[in-house]
Write a protein that binds this ligand. Structure first.
Ligand code: C5P
Length: 232
């Protein structure tokens, strides 16, 4: 397959028709690429989790770019990604705690929605709706649709994780247009792009790598095992 794009943690290949194949690499990066590693098996377990979560959301009626699972990745509709990332938070931790001086672990109910400008050179800064509309990154209608889909997906995933004995703390979504101008949930859904805690507050996500909390592949393996236990 022809390689179309290589990012920090994934490769995108051209596949049949208007499909692409999204392959997960073992590479993991944090702090905008300043910290790096490539633990063996990381790509495979991240792909398995992302496939499971996309299948689940698709089954619940969320429009996504996901088409079917493949080896270490998945086939997806080719999309043009909008440069606005949507973060939904159930619990305060990470950047919002530093930015606003909140207490780590504070419940955010109903969930809080934030927008970030997708730009590596700037370190994906927080932006408001006004910025996105003014600079043409997304229209008011697109932001509303993205927010709506993000909240729906988060409610579904929060419930799923809770049935697996885990807490979905926060999660990042990206959206894109396919060739028929459908706005689809895109990119990946995994512990690389979300925070997942157990009842004791232990992390099972990329914070394990960011903060050197233990074996990342083992933590992701536990997420997969628990989700499989619920979804079969
Ligand atoms: O760092 P922050 O607290 O803003 O991250 C919120 C959520 O978004 C976390 O789950 C983090 O892993 C995810 N995120 C991401 N990609 C980014 C920034 C944050 O997946 N560029």
């Amino acid at each position: 397959m022809r390689l179309l794009y290589e990012g920090k943690s994934k490769r995108i290949y051209e596949a049949e028709g208007d499909l692409v194949f999204v392959e997960f690499k073992d590479d993991v990066t944090a702090f905008n690429g300043q910290k790096r590693a490539a633990p063996p098996g990381k790509g495979e377990i991240t792909a398995r989790i992302s496939n499971l979560l996309f299948e689940y959301l698709k089954g619940k009626g969320i429009p996504t770019h996901y088409v079917r699972a493949g080896e270490r990745g998945f086939y997806a509709k080719k999309v043009r990604i909008l440069p606005v990332e949507v973060v939904v938070r159930n619990v305060a931790t990470g950047s919002i705690v530093k930015r606003l001086g909140l207490e780590k672990g504070k419940k955010l109910s109903p969930p809080l929605v934030e927008y970030f400008y997708k730009n590596d050179d700037l370190g994906d800064p927080l932006v408001c709706e006004g910025h996105a509309i003014y600079f043409g990154w997304a229209t008011e209608e697109e932001l509303k649709r993205m927010k709506d889909l993000s909240l729906k997906a988060t409610a579904l995933l929060t419930d799923l994780f809770s049935r697996a004995g885990l807490r979905l703390i926060d999660i990042k979504y990206e959206f894109g247009y396919d060739s028929d101008r459908n706005l689809l949930l895109a990119d990946e859904i995994s512990p690389d792009t979300s925070r997942i805690w157990d009842d004791e507050g232990r992390s099972y996500d990329k914070d394990v790598f960011r903060k050197d909390l233990g074996d990342l592949v083992k933590a992701y393996g536990e997420v997969y095992r628990r989700l499989k236990g619920v979804l079969g």
